[in-house]
Design a protein around this ligand. Sequence first.
Ligand SMILES: NC(=O)c1ccc[n+]([C@@H]2O[C@H](COP(=O)([O-])OP(=O)(O)OC[C@H]3O[C@@H](n4cnc5c(N)ncnc54)[C@H](O)[C@@H]3O)[C@@H](O)[C@H]2O)c1
Length: 457
Amino acid sequence: MKITIIGTGYVGLVTGACLAELGNDVFCLDVDQRKIDILNNGGIPIHEPGLEEIVARNRAAGRIQFSTDIEASVKHGDVQFIAVGTPPDEDGSADLQYVVAAAKNIGKYMTNFKVVVDKSTVPVGTADRVSAAISAELGARSVTAEFSVVSNPEFLKEGAAVEDFMRPDRIVIGCDQTPQGEKARSQMKKLYAPFNRNHERTYWMDVRSAEFTKYAANAMLATRISFMNELANLADHVGADIEAVRHGIGSDPRIGHSFLYAGCGYGGSCFPKDVQALERTAQDYGLNLLILQAVEAVNARQKQVLGDKMQQRFGENLSGRHFAIWGLAFKPNTDDMRAASSRVLLGELLRAGATVAVYDPVSMQEAKRVLELDFYDAPELLASIRYAANPMDALVDADALAIVTEWKAFRSPDFDEVKARLKQPVVFDGRNLFEPTVMTELGIEYHGIGRSVLTNK
Ligand SMILES: NC(=O)c1ccc[n+]([C@@H]2O[C@H](COP(=O)([O-])OP(=O)(O)OC[C@H]3O[C@@H](n4cnc5c(N)ncnc54)[C@H](O)[C@@H]3O)[C@@H](O)[C@H]2O)c1
């Protein structure tokens, strides 16, 4: 099938590459010339395991092309995926300007039937806005061409995006019941048929329910994390081990083991903004989502837990202190720094007078770019950050090590070397990678999240 992907970011590039891998003829559009140039020169603008090979293979086979040519992109695809960003607006609602701009472009150039797929995460009712924007452009040109707007939210996880897209748990598609909607449904069915071979994975529903499903999923996941984080902080006080509690409750099939890890807060491009946007949608209808307000507040506080623990240990004034930080990206296997907990920790430590040496296996370059923006008004703080060459290099002369991202490479370090390099053997583990009792046996002072009962033994 001929597919156009509008927006070649994390979601757009993965969607485009995977659909090309299945034999479709894919046109990826972006307004960012830099991204398109990188892709056309054989590079890849983001870090995502397995993606580079798929893009290279399909580019060589002529099944995927990258361009900034809007008119050509509209002409190309019978199915037009909108996969542009939906960042939070000042009031927390989803900023739909890029989605509407993409819809207008479709209306400006389309001449035949198009299936327009909202793949971006968009608030309930956005499909109607997309329809209206396309119709207005068609009207302005006095052109009659049919189209149908479909909601097909994306559930991929950064760091495992290719795997998630190729082997989805579920595919959610919302179509309307008009004749155009039926036509769109049959095209979507054909497009996704290869994913349903083993068993049917598609959940067909109305458009609004599909839009809502994406927010409900992210809100639920964020809730589980904040719930466990809040309990972890209590566990630290009452002398319980949150990891034992996690196993104890996860074994109940009604609860399950996934997404119950306590840590130093969730980040990324999705949970923070989607929780906020859902709250904002509710407010538009005069409702307050009290649980989600708490989820957000708990997460904001949780991002400060590591810094607070470090200040409790070393004092509020950290002048003259130097710390090593392992992990900058918001989670492993990605270079994405959006809403990463490391940014909050760095802010706390640097503003309290400390200097830091940081290391992340893939996000060093992206971190530099983002931290320059974070500290644009405080260049002296920026100068207090050293970008280390490897994890062990970061430890040299540090008063303590803080772990913010659970990269596999950090899971079993040579602890003798860790101890030898640190000024004193103190570890703040924001992702509970290590066993407190083992650390104590190794002679390392250990501070996890919700694990002080074992640390103090
Ligand atoms: N990143 C994730 O893990 C993830 C997962 C599921 C859903 N989503 C949702 O998918 C959407 C995209 O997220 P992302 O992380 O891929 O964003 P991104 O910022 O990585 O990519 C968006 C791209 O769209 C381009 N763009 C903006 N306006 C455009 C236009 N008018 N025409 C063409 N290109 C345009 C931008 O230049 C950018 O390259 C968001 O709504 C997000 O919430 C993201």
